[in-house]
Ligand binder design. Sequence first.
Ligand code: 6GU
Length: 241
Amino acid sequence: MKIDVVTVFPEYLSPLDLSLIGRARQRGLIDLDVHDLRRWTHDVHHSVDGAPAGGGAGMVMKPQPWGECLDELVPGEDRPRLLVTSPAGRPFTQAMAHELAAEPWLLFACGRYEGIDQRVVDHASSRMEVTEVSIGDYVLFGGEVAVLAIVEAVARLVPGVLGNAASLDDESHNAGLLEAPAYTRPAEWRGHEIPPVLLSGDHGKVDRWRREQALLRTARARPDLLERLEAGSLDKRDRLL
Ligand code: 6GU
């Protein structure tokens, strides 16, 4: 998978050199390039922003550097999926992570200030699939941290990136429920015990317990997820709750 990230703060993306993402890049599974938007400015101050049309606070990113950047990074027939970060975007979810993991090429445009001139998105939409994306209902200074989160969520779904593909199976959000709590030895620590069922060796009982814990946790922390579960995904023993 090819990933390009365009930002005015390339150093902000340096964590992508580390850990599992860094290893996936070294192994050639992910070909990631970070570009400085200021490369496509022509004035001495390398300015990328201007006052908002219509007035108001903050600054808006100018269309010109973005336009020339996209022209240069997308010169031919091959088109990336363009992801424009914005608190006004579509909410990023595990389902979208799966969708993006199936794309051959992702291009992230990091919005800063009060966002990017909307004509950049409107123009790019005639040449490629564009998605404005948000990572949650709060406001960040810019999209760089959002891109770190999205790239990490997507990269671990790319075949070969994760050592143990089984851990992708029953993790949080896959079945629409949060994961059950996890424990490791010692069996007792500071007066707290590992729930005995987990040490019983009875895999049926362990699965049942995990299912109940997942339902309880979801009911407490994310009741909105329980409401969205399809009727068929609760079995009759789940009604105990
Ligand atoms: Cl993608 N960008 C900004 N600036 N703030 C956000 C966000 C993105 N997602 C949540 N808050």
